[in-house]
Ligand binder design. Sequence first.
Ligand code: NI
Length: 228
Amino acid sequence: MLVQIRQVLTREEVAHCRKVLEAAAWADGRQTAGEQSAKIKLNLQIPENSPASRELGDLVLRALGRTPMFSSAALPLRVYPPMFNRYDTGMHFGAHVDNAIRYVPGTNGFRMRADVSTTLFLTDPDAYEGGELVVEDTYGSHAVKLPAGDMVVYPATSLHRVNEITRGSRWGCFFWSQSMVKDDGQRAFLYDMDMAIIGLRQALPDDHPSVLALTASYHNLLRRWAEM
Ligand code: NI
């Protein structure tokens, strides 16, 4: 399941992120890569514990807090501190799967499981060529390239890559979430059900017996599957 969420950041927030990132010190992205992905990763990142990373990470977390679609798609239990990267012309990230377990920076060795991956775009698509995020799932591969401020949420279990940039530079924010529902299929099912209930609530009164029954079923399934 691949969910695109529009306008997670306002234009002002995107502009602020870009301004802070312009002044930040970029480092080789291989520092946070696993053994397999380090060989195929060529990009730049802001070091995880830098002031820029923390300030902008908090801004992104606040934006997630006002984005119900993110909660619905990811059912997040924990969110890894958001990180920031850029791909300049010639840069790319070959096919890989994100590491399953992450040490959370700034904690005393606290670990979390990465169930859901998210990419938030910080450059508008007309400012660069190439640079699509390509995610493989059971229905084939999907190339994603969104307006600045929009984001895509997809299972961390999926093979994905970033195509080489052939013009310009692509800036973005990415992070992982540990979901209350670790199974991709169960999480996708709950998301579909949630969207259907939202649709029904627009068409029917909130106290309609079918709306009540489906809402109850949603919560009871979540209660059965959620782990905390
Ligand atoms: Ni990745």
